[in-house]
Design a protein around this ligand. Structure first.
Ligand SMILES: C[S@@+](CC[C@H](N)C(=O)[O-])C[C@H]1O[C@@H](n2cnc3c(N)ncnc32)[C@H](O)[C@@H]1O
Length: 543
């Protein structure tokens, strides 16, 4: 296996891997990609690790969720999960899934009481997986009910070659681990874990039969290198609602670099990772995902990226401080200034639930009709209150999402908004900071719990405005929020037909956004179908 084979694989997907002085390597597009296309699908190096808190909810082999529909072993109430009768810790949906896991890895971890530490668990699973691959014991699981890279990708329009496990292993060996600059405390923890696993595998007589192993597990130094690589290349696996439930090593997916304004997103279909474009990508453009929440402030992003991935971000949003100021860089600099702010406002007012309630009483929900017809000459308000901010953002941006405006015209509008917000006097505390967003989100969740639909509709509309200001327009977080907001609006009887019409508009927005991030085929597409079903209910009420 070599770099040539990796390049062939990437070329078959319309991608190229080129060297970069700052990032080591980067993935660029060899052909144009439309927004919402699958760039590539990646397979995990070993079975991903389901978090202990989520184990009873997912089959370890196919990742199907308890209670979901399954063509293989559905009970009347949907998919049931059976626990391994020995360790009583891991769950499977049927005998096929259990057998795949047992033969592949489960029997080697079933009695291991140390399998509760994520690094330990991941390392042991990877060692087992690599050795089985090298000694020829690895067999592709049968397709019945088992989501392999092959079966899941088939539903997701992956256009290029399927990834072989040998390629997965090769790419893993090329990933950056930053061993030389890694935190010494982490390194000593890695040494302890590596030593323990090595001894444990020897005592358990794990069959190291491959030529390269010479009958022994990899050295402690090699195992420590693996752990360093996990640290800056692993992924949190989330479901279609973006709730994280597992962690996995996807070496091919880890080739994509970070941007705080990403043009691609990582999704999951069973155990297959799917990289999808959030915007149209031109030939020669780098394809980037995001390693952190794009909603956090610049200083926090820097800290997170340096702490975990050992780099200073020079993406279009962060800029490098040296090259000349582009319109893009200037625009994003304003955004980061706008969203910075303390818990307390400039006048010392605490941004708490009670205070927010008073503010939201003044919000006037924009009518559904105006969402469709907002024109390009929309004037910013002369004084920014929460209500005027909400209307201005939503009226200015939603029509461009609905009509599929180009990224360039969308960004021009967004930068003009940042500019206007910067110079317009505003209420205190500033309405658009991440602190306000955090508080508004928890306030929104409380109003959902209490089924206070009118209040939830108002806060949710305000949060939508904040999201549109901060996140890429087709980010799934925006689409998922719209779906929740649409349900609140529909339930808000006080809002009458205005609320129902607005619910329909927001549902359309949600459908358009999630079609890009979740796709029209494959497992995640069921969410888009759910939205469309709900849209029909709302339409029947609208008559
Ligand atoms: C998941 S890997 C990405 C692929 C990596 N560039 C490679 O060639 O193997 C993460 C590492 O890539 C580098 N990296 C990713 N995004 C970057 C960025 N925006 N700027 C600088 N370095 C970046 C950092 O060294 C980081 O630890």
């Amino acid at each position: 296996m070599s770099a040539t084979i990796l390049n062939q694989h990437l070329h078959s997907h319309g991608l190229d891997l080129i060297t970069d002085t700052h990032k080591y390597r980067k993935v660029v597009a060899l052909r144009p990609f439309n927004k919402g296309s699958v760039v590539i699908t990646s397979r995990p190096l070993c079975n991903p690790i389901i978090f202990p808190t989520h184990r009873a909810q997912h089959c370890e082999t196919c990742f199907k969720t308890k209670g979901s529909n399954s063509s293989t072993s559905a009970t009347a109430g949907g998919l049931g999960l059976e626990r391994c009768s020995v360790c009583k810790k891991r769950y499977y949906c049927d005998r096929d899934c259990f057998t795949v896991a047992w033969k592949g890895w489960h029997k080697w971890v079933c009695h291991d009481k140390d399998m509760e530490d994520l690094d330990y668990e991941m390392l042991k699973m990877v060692v087992i997986s690599i050795e089985r691959l090298r000694n020829g014991a690895f067999k592709e699981p049968k397709q019945s009910g088992v989501a392999t890279a092959t079966t899941a990708a088939a539903g997701s329009h992956g256009t290029g070659e399927q990834e072989s496990l040998a390629l997965t292993e090769y790419v893993f060996s090329t990933l950056m681990g930053h061993e030389a600059i890694a935190d010494p405390v982490e390194i000593s923890k890695y040494k302890e874990i590596a030593t323990k696993i090595r001894e444990q595998l020897i005592v358990a007589k794990f069959p190291f039969k491959s030529e390269s192993s010479r009958g022994e597990p990899p050295s402690v130094a090699e195992l420590m290198r693996y752990l360093c690589r996990f640290h800056c290349n692993n992924f949190s696996i989330h479901d279609s609602q973006l709730f994280t439930m597992a962690e996995g090593t996807f070496p091919v997916g880890a080739l994509f670099n970070h941007s705080c304004r990403p043009n691609a997103i990582v999704m999951y279909e069973g155990q297959t990772q799917v990289v999808r474009t959030l915007e149209d990508i031109a030939v020669g453009q780098e394809v980037c995902t995001s390693y952190v929440d794009n909603g956090v402030q610049r200083a926090e992003r820097r800290q997170l990226l340096r702490g975990k991935y050992y780099f200073d971000c020079l993406c279009p949003r962060c800029g490098d401080g040296e090259s000349s100021e582009t319109a893009e860089k200037a625009g994003f600099r304003i955004l980061d200034d706008l969203i910075e702010g303390d818990q307390d406002g400039e006048d010392g007012k605490k941004v708490d639930g009670e205070w927010l309630t008073k503010q939201f009483e003044t919000i006037i929900l924009p009518g559904a009709r105006s969402l469709q017809v907002a024109g390009p000459s929309l004037q910013p308000p002369t004084m920014i209150t929460r209500s005027s901010f909400t209307s201005y953002l939503i009226h200015s941006l939603v029509p461009l999402i609905q009509t599929g405006a180009t990224e360039q015209s969308y960004m021009e509008r967004l930068f003009a908004i940042y500019d206007a917000l910067q110079t317009t006097p505003h209420c205190t505390p500033k309405p658009f900071t991440t602190t306000v967003m955090t508080n508004a989100t928890s306030f929104f969740n409380t109003s959902l719990e209490h089924q206070s639909w009118a209040l939830a509709s108002k806060i949710g509309t305000f949060i939508l405005a904040l999201y549109l200001m901060i996140y890429p327009r087709h980010h799934p977080l925006v689409g998922l929020h719209c779906f929740t907001l649409a349900k609140c609006l529909w339930n808000d009887v006080e809002g009458g037909m205005t609320s129902v019409r607005l619910s329909h508009e927001i549902l359309k927005l949600s459908r358009n956004i999630l079609t890009v991030s979740h796709g029209r085929t494959g497992q995640n597409a069921s969410l888009v179908k759910e939205i469309e079903t709900f849209m029909r209910t709302v339409e029947s009420e609208l008559g």
